[in-house]
Design a protein around this ligand. Structure first.
Ligand code: NAD
Length: 478
């Protein structure tokens, strides 16, 4: 018997969890449940994290968590429990298989069998946001080398173990040369270590369009957190319904299994939700804990049920389906099919002896870091960049001079265009004119000069060269 943590969640969560647990029991899964309460009730009782500390203990002890979707109340400082669980437990890989069930579920894409591997711990989901001026707020996009290495190696190891032929990387490194540039660079490094697996890269916008148009061209796709969040929903939806896709969140010690959809409060309590996505999550869990046979038994009974046309309302189609059923009845139909195989769709058996070779990250020796300038971010109400540029020359020192001013990234001084719209948030770049190293003390003096001239500096960013390479972006138009 394996003890796991479960939570029934909010909205349609309890209904789809009950259906899933019934199927697990009937299939003979060797599981014991430690149930916890998370989500809306816990949030509304005043706990902004949505989970009590005793529940964390259960999750940490049992290590495996099967979770129904929860509702995160908007506003009010409530932190998403999904995001904090993934990050607190180090669940860095979010694996989302999306497969068409043609011709039994209506889809424009009969040939589709994609696995999206989404980075789960960083990117804009670091949730580091600040209001900096009256007009401008900021969200920090943090991308780390360990984060990239872990998820990209996971994607290639997944492909190797699951007999997949190709790993594709999506990024936006034509614009975000540092953050997405690092992701793409690490992808190229790791791809070279897997010569038997094809690899390619798409800029995320056209890549997403191609997923929606020709998903048959893709196999495994690895991407950062936000792109993965959005594109995996698109991929699941175009197989027929978001109600069909399960997902797992894998870390070095812990793993969490869930549906990719949310708590769908508008259809809650009506016995109409499709429990398939959570069932798929549970199948991924059974494979993860070595109960593959039970997982395969459920998978094949589920495929047979879909093939028989026994469908919940989200995938029901007069021309294809034979019977419209509710959540409970769907689960009963799957139970009745346990032990049977699909007649037309391919029988699915999860691979055994999965051996993901995932070395622990080792930090590389520090690079030679040279400080060559600083960006001062300034809150200023004026409209003419030449005015702020003129004032900033008065705070220069003998060694550090004003290089340029940008507004929302575009260079507006010197020689800006009068057409460029400017907000009250100015990035003012100061550098040694000969690109020579400067000291932090010189930056402190620059800040002190700014203070003396009543220039409202709201933040600074140091400009570095790492091993002689410029490691910050230029101004747009520079
Ligand atoms: P959602 O995924 O809950 O639902 C969107 C729509 O998709 C629903 O209105 C419904 O028509 C359909 N749908 C979703 N699941 C279905 C199913 N199993 N069967 C049939 N139809 C289904 O997205 P939302 O409405 O944007 O979010 C609702 C809440 O869920 C929010 O509070 C959000 O924060 C939360 N959420 C939770 C998770 C999670 O717990 N992992 C994930 C996403 C969203």
């Amino acid at each position: 018997m394996k003890k796991i943590t479960i939570s029934r969640g909010d909205g349609i969560g309890p209904e789809i969890m009950d259906a899933t647990l019934e199927i697990l029991k009937a299939a003979g899964a060797q599981l014991e449940y430690d149930e916890i309460e998370v989500g809306e009730k816990v949030y509304l009782s005043g706990n902004t994290s949505g989970i009590a500390s005793e529940s964390w203990e259960k999750i940490r002890n049992n290590k495996i968590f099967l979770k129904a979707p929860i509702t995160t109340p908007s506003g009010g400082g409530y932190k998403s429990l999904n995001v904090s669980t993934r990050k607190t437990l180090g669940l860095y890989a979010n694996v989302r298989p999306c497969m068409s069930l043609h011709p039994f579920v209506k889809t424009k894409h009969p040939v589709m069998d994609i696995v999206i591997i989404r980075e789960n711990e960083e990117d804009l989901y670091a949730g580091i946001e600040h209001q900096q001026t009256d007009e401008v707020v900021q969200c920090l996009k943090l991308i780390s080398r360990p984060g990239c290495e872990k998820i990209i190696r996971y994607a290639f190891e997944y492909a190797k173990n699951y007999g997949r032929k190709k790993v594709t990387c999506f990024s936006k490194d034509n614009i975000m040369k540092q953050t997405d540039g690092l992701f793409h660079e690490v992808f190229n490094e790791i791809a070279a270590q897997y010569p038997d697996i094809e690899n390619d890269h798409w800029i995320v916008d056209i890549g997403a369009a191609k997923v929606a148009d020709t998903p048959e061209d893709f196999d495994v796709i690895v991407m950062q957190n936000l792109y993965g969040d959005i594109i995996s929903d698109i991929a699941a939806q175009i197989t027929g319904s978001v109600g069909l896709a399960g997902s797992c969140n894998i870390g070095e010690e812990h793993a969490m299994f869930e549906a990719i959809h949310g708590s769908a409060p508008t259809i809650a309590g009506q016995n109409i939700a499709n429990p398939s996505a959570l069932i798929q999550g549970a199948i991924l869990m059974l494979s993860h804990i070595g109960q593959n046979e039970v997982g395969d038994k459920i998978q094949n009974a589920w495929l047979k049920t879909i093939e028989e046309g026994i469908h919940t309302v989200d995938i029901f189609d007069e021309e294809i389906s034979t019977k419209k059923v509710g959540t409970k009845e769907f689960a009963q139909a799957v139970i009745a099919n346990l032990g049977q195989l699909p007649a037309k769709m391919a029988v699915r058996n999860s691979p055994t002896n999965i051996n993901l070779d995932l070395p622990k990250y080792t930090r590389k020796p520090r690079k030679n870091k040279e400080l060559i300038g600083v960006d001062l971010f300034v809150h200023w109400d004026g409209m003419d960049p030449n005015d702020i540029g003129g004032q900033l020359h008065h705070i220069e020192s003998d060694t550090i001079k004003l290089d340029m001013v940008t507004n929302r990234g575009i260079k507006v001084y010197p020689n800006g265009f009068k057409e460029t719209f400017c907000t009250d948030h100015w990035r003012c770049r100061f550098k040694n004119t000969e690109d020579k190293v400067i000291t932090k003390q010189e930056i402190i003096e620059l800040l002190s000069n700014a203070e003396g001239k009543s220039i409202d500096v709201i933040k600074t960013e140091n400009l570095y060269k790492f091993d002689g390479v410029r490691s910050y972006s230029l101004g747009q138009g520079q």
